[in-house]
Design a protein around this ligand. Sequence first.
Ligand SMILES: *Cc1c(COP(=O)(O)O)cnc(C)c1O
Length: 223
Amino acid sequence: MDIKTNIIAFKQSLPESVKLVAVSKTKSPGEIMEAYNAGHRVFGESKAQELLPKHEALPKDIEWHMVGHLQTNKVKYIAPFVALIHSVDSLKLLKVINKEGRKNDRIVSCLLQMHIADEGTKFGMDYEECCRLLESEAFRDMKHVEVKGLMGMATFTDDHEKVRNEFRQLKKYFDAIKQQYFAGKDAFREVSMGMSDDYQLGIGEGSTMVRVGSAIFGDRKQL
Ligand SMILES: *Cc1c(COP(=O)(O)O)cnc(C)c1O
């Protein structure tokens, strides 16, 4: 797998409005450096305990994104440096991120993860839960988090029409939430949708960020 060639080709194929988060979970610092040396700076990980040592070992101008499910007791490890948490799926988690943001004297950027797939195993909030979070007094009082948009994962299936519909639904949620809670607020602008197998469908439905791992780094031996 020639990571450098892959990432350069991949970035050239993306519309300029779409940001590439290169998902480097299970990949070594050496492999990440191949992408780094090709000019890439935005990487994503799905486990806090993997993100922290990579942040420590690798160049400090890397923008680290947390894309996987985040447990409240792990927030403290990544709060000092994480650039964007894609996977906020409860008010409880957001409260902890806010608390850790305060301790670190920074504002932590977050996306709210919505459940759009049909499998019960995928994390994320439904629309009502998301609205309750945004309307809560607890959320209004938070000074150390900034909600920048939504994230969602489609069902794992070959059925493109199904995936397309799920992404379309996420974009509709985004538009509705933007209008109701973030009208005129430029910071609320991201729709994180699309992975190696479905990023084109995501882009077709209005994605602003794709999270791509295996199409750049090759298959993962373990998940
Ligand atoms: C692993 C992972 C990705 C990337 O998956 P690929 O299929 O390898 O592109 C994207 N998003 C999340 C949340 C992930 O855990």
